[in-house]
Design a binder for this molecule. Structure first.
Ligand SMILES: [Zn+2]
Length: 246
């Protein structure tokens, strides 16, 4: 059991060092992901606006074409009015001319409306493009920062992971799982040495009988307050001297 406790304690040292490396990177990885997501959203918005712009342009062209058609019709009706045989035919053509004139009014209003909408969409796209530029600039800076940090820690991280593998092959999976669960629940620290009859994790006093038990290094003792595994100072010292860590 003592060997297991020593290995577990050594594992904790490696895990703590790994955690420290991750903390050095701070929130940079999260910031980079979040900026990348922003960029995707902006590109999607621009693409939507462009589709909208195309549709409004098509509708504007249609209005324009229809206006020309109605103007041609009016001209034709006016020519026909010179060669009518009676008032009834003349009035019928006048009605057609009035109808076409009304249609032209409506179409011209629609044409102007489309022009206004196009102007707004073009402005929106410009604003979105400016934002894309800003986000890209920020993202590139952050990525460069993260890359430098990752390069600096890469070697150390590889080394620590290698040490971790060497320790893990010497431990039962069940006990490692148990330790991991406590470590995750206790903010990175799953095991602590006894310190002046107190838990080295939460500083709560350990009952004398348990202090004795811990000293025998014969069983996995969990702190009654924080749930961390508590080991004797002897185990901690042996783990610190392991040359597996160098
Ligand atoms: Zn404790």
């Amino acid at each position: 059991m003592k060997d297991t406790l020593v290995m577990l304690y050594a594992l904790q040292q490696v895990d703590s060092n790994l955690q420290e490396l991750h903390e050095q990177k701070g929130d940079l990885p999260a910031v980079v992901s979040s900026l990348e997501a922003d960029l995707t959203l902006l590109h999607n918005s621009i693409s939507d606006k462009k589709t909208e712009l195309d549709n409004v342009k098509i509708s504007r062209e249609r209005s324009d074409g229809d206006i020309i058609d109605f103007k041609e019709k009016i001209e034709k009706y006016r020519e026909q009015q010179f060669s009518v045989r009676n008032n009834r035919e003349y009035d019928a053509l006048t009605k057609e001319i009035d109808y076409s004139t009304e249609q032209i009014d409506t179409l011209e209003r629609e044409f102007l409306e489309s022009e206004g909408i196009i102007e707004v969409i073009v402005q929106d796209i410009e604003i979105l493009n400016t934002k894309v530029g800003e986000v890209e600039l920020n993202l590139n800076d952050r990525k460069a920062e993260l890359e430098i940090l990752s390069k600096e820690t890469e070697h150390e991280e590889l080394n620590l992971n290698h040490q971790k593998e060497k320790i893990l092959v010497r431990l039962d999976k069940d006990i490692v799982d148990r330790y991991d669960r406590i470590r995750i629940a206790r903010k990175g620290k799953g095991i602590a040495p006894i310190r002046k009859d107190c838990c080295g994790g939460c500083n709560n006093r350990i009952p004398p009988q348990h202090v004795m038990e811990i000293g025998t290094n014969q069983k996995l003792y969990l702190c009654g307050h924080c749930g961390r595994i508590i080991v004797s100072t002897e185990v901690a010292a042996e783990a610190n001297q392991l040359n597996i860590l160098s």
